[in-house]
Design a protein around this ligand. Structure first.
Ligand SMILES: Nc1ncnc2c1ncn2[C@@H]1O[C@H](COP(=O)(O)OP(=O)(O)OP(=O)(O)O)[C@@H](O)[C@H]1O
Ligand SMILES: [Mg+2]
Length: 277
């Protein structure tokens, strides 16, 4: 069922929306250069849902920051829509491992902030649009609450709305549902899938949870301890995959099989690093 694919071009015939060629990133640590992302080649199609997994420290967040334009590659190039990226852009919205809400602003004002960055000034329009996305992430009763009054799951939802309101073509999500309870996580899986299907974004989603990877992805890229993409799995499980669909016997078996294949690849690339899978 799952077909492991060579790194690189996957969707023959249609140009990729995002293309990484020979991308490496070195950081200076204790006086020497350390390669944390090494020669990554990856094409991502428009409206694809790509999930990146790998052991801790394998360079997943760094790779996402490179695509966001917050970091500059030491070697190689990253193109979006054919153009080499030169820094962050409104076409790419990033949700960080740690959510980033301003504590002195309530949910509505935090979400409006996304629009203010884009130069929106009309108060009425800002509020209407912000409320649409607050509603979309299921926070409509909490728009007047401040971050300190929100649960972890609500903070994640608020950060999601803050990015979604800017309508980025590309959503870069770094462990957005880490450390949430399983019920909240299930709800957010349904919501992110619905938003992705409705808004046609291209999503690159980092996680340390393989169930999450198999539930959400079109493909799963595995990074290893050396900062390389060791393998890319195509996930051909039929959608919808959440709720009742998951109870089907055949679906369940295929789900477990793909999860196992990805797990073996992650373990093989983890070296002696602590592997949380
Ligand atoms: N700005 C930086 N300066 C120096 N080293 C860095 C910097 N950013 C990341 N690193 C190092 O790069 C390596 C990869 O880090 P990264 O955060 O990309 O890993 P990760 O795969 O996202 O890990 P995790 O699963 O724990 O989130 C780590 O060894 C980290 O210490
Ligand atoms: Mg990380």
């Amino acid at each position: 069922m799952s077909e492991s694919l060579k790194n690189g071009s996957v969707f023959e015939g249609t140009p990729p929306l995002i293309s990484l060629k020979g991308v490496s990133k070195n950081f200076r640590k204790s006086g020497r250069d350390v390669t944390v992302v090494d020669d990554c080649n990856l094409d991502i199609a428009e409206n694809e849902f790509l999930v990146i997994v790998g052991p801790t420290g394998s360079g997943k967040s760094t790779l996402l920051k490179l695509i966001a334009g917050f970091e500059v590659p030491t070697a190689g190039e990253i193109r979006v829509g054919g153009d080499i990226i030169k820094g962050p852009g409104a076409d790419r919205g990033m949700i960080f491992q740690e959510y980033a809400l301003l504590p002195w602003r309530n949910v509505l004002k935090n979400v409006e902030l996304g629009l203010e960055f884009k130069g929106a000034e009309n108060e009425g329009e800002k509020k209407d649009l912000a409320m649409k996305y607050i509603d979309m992430v299921g926070l409509s009763a909490a728009e007047n609450k401040y971050p300190v009054e929100l649960s972890g799951g609500m903070k994640r939802r608020a950060s999601l709305a803050m990015i979604l309101v800017t309508k980025p073509k590309i959503l870069l999500m770094d462990g957005p549902f880490n450390a949430l309870d399983s019920k909240t996580k299930m709800t957010l899986h349904t919501e992110i899938t619905r938003i992705w299907e409705h808004e046609h974004n291209t999503v690159i989603f980092v996680t340390s949870e393989l169930d999450e990877a198999v539930k959400l992805s079109d493909r799963i890229a595995v990074m290893n301890k050396a900062g390389r993409i060791s393998k890319i799995f195509r996930n051909d499980l039929p959608r919808p995959r959440l709720g009742k669909a998951a109870l089907d016997h055949d679906f369940h078996n295929r789900f477990i099989q793909l999860r196992e294949e990805v797990l073996n690849e992650v373990k093989a690339g983890a070296g002696r690093a602590v592997c949380e899978y």
